[in-house]
Design a protein around this ligand. Sequence first.
Ligand SMILES: [Zn+2]
Ligand SMILES: [Zn+2]
Length: 342
Amino acid sequence: MAAKSRKSSAPPSAAGRLDRMLGAHLAVGPGLVKAADRAAAVGAMGLQIFTGNPTGWARRAELPKELPEFRARMKEHGFGPLAVHAAYLANLAGPRPEVREKSIAMLQHELRVAPAYGASFINVHIGSHLGTGIEAGVKRVAEAVDQILDGVPATASDALLVLENSAGGGNGIGESIDELIAIHEAMGKRRVDMSRVGYCLDSAHLWGAGVEMSDLDELNRVIEEFDRKIGLEKLVMIHYNDSKAAHGSKLDRHQHIGGGEVGARGLAALISHPKLAHAAYYLETPGMEEGWDKLNVERTIQLAQGNLKLKPLPAEAPGLPKPVKKAAKAPKPAAKKSVKRR
Ligand SMILES: [Zn+2]
Ligand SMILES: [Zn+2]
């Protein structure tokens, strides 16, 4: 393998232009190393991935052979923490024993393989109480997290289990900071090892849940409440997305930065909030593989720099940027439909 410097040929990235880490969720179908190079090529500073089918339970029995090279490449690019997004089927809050067991086993698997990937975070949607009530759901989440961590000793995985807020639809738990606090306190009561747990706030979910981020007083209130009861150091990830859904609709429909209902002002407040600079931000915007990734990184940097006048979104996908490695034409993306993220 030629050890050519890849950094020198990379385009200007978010590194040096943002005071915080901005990564992107990219598909790893074409390969993990390719995804890392792609993230660098679009100017991102880190990566979020799936280790398997996001809408299936099965996880590969054998680890990908390119993992050592992938870890090396992540380092070479100077990337921030790698996040693994767990499958969407997981539900830690629901009453169905079968789903619950599968969720626990899947998350234990993700935690166990995290060191081989070099992953710092295993991110999961908390789930739905499925009509059984918030209190019962909160209790189940705390029990499930306890069980997950019990099954994987801290010596076997240094990755954090990262619980993500919900937009609130379909009886999703963790819609408000209050619900996250309830889960946090329930875990504390069970003496869960909280050094292994973190939180993720998704801006599209906050929006769906009714938080208006362009109102600085409101955003500050959310952040202060989180800090007072949980501690901002536990807020390790932010999913940085605009939303196609209406404010307070409880719907979760990700959109390109500044192209949706949250808008430039709210997203600018979030990317430049001085109390959140420690968190790792990840874009989960649509159509990454069609070149929207690069555009969304650029638009995020623009907002962080205080320039809120974003250009209208192009009518068509911007297309693939040139790969960092070769000057040859980029391969056509796989004919897979992009996965809808919830
Ligand atoms: Zn998210
Ligand atoms: Zn979402």
